[in-house]
Write a new protein. Structure first.
Length: 104
């Protein structure tokens, strides 16, 4: 399985509105330089949803980088399962109105 990893992206924006990613900051703070990138258009991601996709060469490997124009966030496919949602807590009474302290 793969999970979405939201990343920070430093990019070059031309006067015509063309975006070119230059480097990616991973979730643990590591920075990776993008040596080349090509825009592929809108594509579905393996991890979650779909978005504008760039195929980027990072450390000799080609990896997809996605951008969602709805949320304005960048993400990449990460390894591992997505974090499970928090388990629901059972109902717990805050105050028992029928409680009477034991007699001494």
């Amino acid at each position: 399985m793969s999970r979405p990893v939201f990343v920070s992206v430093r990019l070059e924006m031309t006067s015509s509105g063309t975006r070119r990613p230059l480097e990616v900051t991973w979730e643990d703070g590591r920075v990776f330089e993008i040596t080349s990138s090509s825009y592929l258009g809108r594509r579905a991601a393996r991890s979650a949803g779909s978005g504008e996709c760039w195929l980027c060469r990072i450390e000799g490997q080609e990896v997809p980088l996605y951008f969602s124009s709805l949320t304005g966030r960048w993400w990449m496919d990460g390894k591992g399962d997505p974090e499970p949602p928090p388990r629901p807590q059972g109902y717990r009474r805050v105050k028992d109105r029928d409680y009477k302290p034991p007699e001494r």
